[in-house]
Write a protein that binds this ligand. Structure first.
Ligand code: IPE
Ligand code: IPE
Ligand code: MG
Length: 264
């Protein structure tokens, strides 16, 4: 049964079990994208330096990746560092890069065990060389896997991505008449992947902050007040349950239950 892997990870009687049992396994979002936000406020509430928020955010990443793969998602994308985040103090940026390296080193085994394909979206060439090295190792070592795609958005900007795609179109000599939405999507960092069905943002902020601008055209948006370091399997399951109650119309009309076939 499709949710067996998830249920196997939940201790019997744990509150997440009841949540997991409500999920309709045939109506899962193929791709979930998360704007991980609120690390700084999590730390401030505890009178801790911001970096402590990031440090605790790593555990949330670990647990979210494991829950997403057990759930059977095709793609999970986490927004870790935006092109705008370079505006932050050098000490905070350095700590984020150090945590990223440490995460990649310690989690590679788990990614391999879970058959996860690790990828980076963004401009990794703009990251410090030692971070790039660690990323390349994780990408290469997991490239032959067949399970969930785990995209980490690093030095990522939605507008930058669209500009990069336009540049590629020009470099490849794509004729204007051949450039349709499908072709353009194939030039994005997420080429070949389904668009996010569900976009989650933590910490209560209701904005997109330059994330996956093209791909979220029809994503369902779910905002939770939970700060990222507190985000756990429970919150992912709650977001998916909310998603499964939405009615997606894609610009069409509401299907009316039991209505007679339309007469043309
Ligand atoms: C998200 O938490 C982590 C990154 C953007 C890297 P923040 O650091 O933005 O936390 P807040 O929004 O200041 O609380
Ligand atoms: C979005 O969070 C970027 C990431 C999660 C990496 P920010 O905290 O940078 O976004 P704003 O500044 O609140 O829009
Ligand atoms: Mg923030």
């Amino acid at each position: 049964m499709p949710l067996d892997a998830l249920l196997a990870e939940i201790p019997p009687g744990h509150p997440d079990e009841a949540l997991a049992r409500q999920i309709q396994s045939d109506q899962l979002p193929a791709h979930v994208a998360i704007i991980m936000d609120g690390n700084g406020r999590w730390a401030a509430e505890r009178r801790l330096p911001r970096v402590e928020g990031h440090r605790n955010g790593v555990e949330a990443v670990r647990q979210t990746v494991e829950a997403a793969t057990a759930l059977g998602l095709q793609v999970l994308t986490l927004y870790a560092f935006s092109v705008e985040n370079w505006k932050r103090p050098a000490g905070e940026i350095g700590a984020l890069m150090m945590l990223l390296k440490r995460y990649l080193r310690s989690e590679l085994k788990t990614l391999l065990k879970n058959d996860i394909r690790f990828r980076v979206i963004g401009r990794p060439e703009g990251l410090p060389p030692d971070v790039q090295e660690e990323l390349t190792t994780a990408i290469d070592r997991t490239a032959g896997n067949h399970g969930m795609i785990f995209n980490l958005a690093l030095n990522y900007g939605g507008r930058t991505e669209i500009v990069d795609a336009a540049r590629r179109a020009i470099e490849q000599g794509v004729a204007p008449a051949d450039l349709d939405e499908e072709r353009f999507a194939s030039l994005l960092y997420t080429a070949g992947q389904p668009d996010p069905d569900l976009l989650i943002r933590t910490s209560g902020e209701v904005r997109v902050s330059n994330f996956l601008l093209w791909q979220i055209a029809y994503a369902e948006i779910y905002v939770t007040e939970t700060y990222w370091p507190d985000f756990r399997r429970q919150h992912l399951l709650e977001a998916i349950l909310a998603f499964q109650k939405r009615e997606r119309r894609y610009g069409g009309v509401t299907p009316v239950a039991g209505a007679a076939a339309e007469v043309s």
